[in-house]
Design a protein around this ligand. Structure first.
Ligand SMILES: Nc1nc2c(ncn2[C@@H]2O[C@H](COP(=O)(O)OP(=O)(O)O)[C@@H](O)[C@H]2O)c(=O)[nH]1
Ligand SMILES: [Mg+2]
Length: 343
């Protein structure tokens, strides 16, 4: 055979081989952009040793409740003792009606010994929480989480903590700074983003928050990012059309992306029963899917967590127990109750 023809055949064969290889490779890499196979995200803090930590972080609320429990234990469980317990629950912002129900339910179990009183109280408190799944839902690609709540509740800090935990577990995150109402409303989120190595999409002051949210979702799509978390404004809801603005953010993002996985309401734990009134307003406007209660480390009103789920019927998904990046804990009713009632 002519040497030229042989070389020609070899070159053609090599070219065909290369094309086949290229097609195969691009097929495999295209699977990378398919939806996450799980819709539930695992955001677990790395640094916290739950039991001991939680007990100390909740010290203020705990000393009130466990203190009252102590006054019943060791004595005859007298009428006075039960009243002390009910008062302690009310002071911890469990709410008068719920506190009375709790004490009635504990008494109905006729506990005789100290151990029985403690365990009856624990069981009744735990039973007050729902048994819904508390994982974050991240349906869709990207999964979208919108975070709402009044100014100062802890939204921006909580978003940073959450993003940090998600990225530590291998989930990529983009943040949307849709708090465009305040001057430099985005600077705090940008600073956190830099610190934890997460990109922040922002807009100018006064920009339409929904368009910033849209931009963040768009960026996540382009870059193949798993989850978008959107920070929002929180000026007092009575004064402006904040609720309308939040509803628009959710609507626009839904239109762009099909689904919003979570609308998380951040509540300041130290605002106690007032927080429940706020929560109702947000829930009516934007269909809140989960609650995060912050600042439980600095308050004696942590009992509000018990009231929140009972009165709103929305699961608490996380609690904030400090200002540090790791101070956000997935909410576990039994751990929480044990931390509050342990001596
Ligand atoms: N002690 C404590 N402080 C918190 C917690 N979460 C947030 N904060 C503080 O609350 C203040 C307001 O938080 P920020 O995230 O700016 O609230 P936003 O206005 O809702 O975005 C900041 O000083 C935070 O450090 C928490 O769980 N514990
Ligand atoms: Mg903020």
């Amino acid at each position: 055979m002519d040497i030229g023809i042989t070389i020609g055949i070899i070159i053609v064969a090599l070219l065909v081989g290369l094309v086949v290889l290229f097609v195969l490779r691009s097929r495999t890499s295209s699977t990378d952009t398919e939806p996450l196979d799980t819709t539930l995200l695992d955001a677990t803090p790395s640094a916290i040793a739950p039991d001991v930590e939680l007990r100390t972080r909740l010290a203020r609320t705990r000393s009130a409740i466990a203190g009252a429990l102590g006054s019943i234990l060791g004595s005859e469980t007298s009428e006075d003792g039960w009243e002390t317990l009910e008062d302690a629950l009310i002071l911890a912002d469990v709410g008068p009606a719920t506190s009375s129900e709790i004490v009635t339910a504990v008494r109905a179990r006729s506990p005789q010994t100290d151990a029985e009183v403690s365990s009856a109280l624990r069981d009744v408190l735990v039973a007050g929480f729902s048994s819904t799944d508390r994982h974050l839902c991240a349906e869709g690609r990207p999964g979208i989480i919108v975070v709402v709540g009044v100014n100062g509740a802890g939204k921006t800090t909580t978003i940073a903590k959450l993003a940090h935990q998600l990225t530590a577990n291998g989930t990529s995150v983009v943040l949307g700074a849709a708090d465009t109402f305040r001057a430099a409303g985005d600077s705090q989120l940008m600073a956190w983003g830099k610190r934890i190595g997460v990109e922040v999409v922002s807009g100018d002051q006064g920009a339409d928050p929904a368009s910033v949210a849209f931009g963040a979702v768009d960026r996540a799509k382009t870059d193949g990012v798993d989850v978008v978390i959107i920070d929002t404004a929180g000026r007092l809801h009575a004064h402006t059309n904040l609720m309308e603005e939040l509803a628009k953010i959710v609507r626009v993002v839904e239109r762009e992306s099909g689904a919003v996985g979570e609308v998380l309401l951040v509540l300041d734990g130290s605002s106690g029963q007032n927080g429940i009134v706020q929560a109702r307003a947000f829930t009516e406007a934007v269909g809140v899917t989960g609650v995060i209660i912050t600042k439980l480390d600095g308050t004696a009103k942590g009992g509000v967590a018990i009231a929140v789920e009972k009165e709103l019927g929305i699961p608490i998904k996380y609690i904030g127990v400090g200002e540090g990046i790791d101070d956000l804990i997935p909410f576990e009713p039994r751990d929480f109750v044990e931390a509050l009632t342990s001596p």
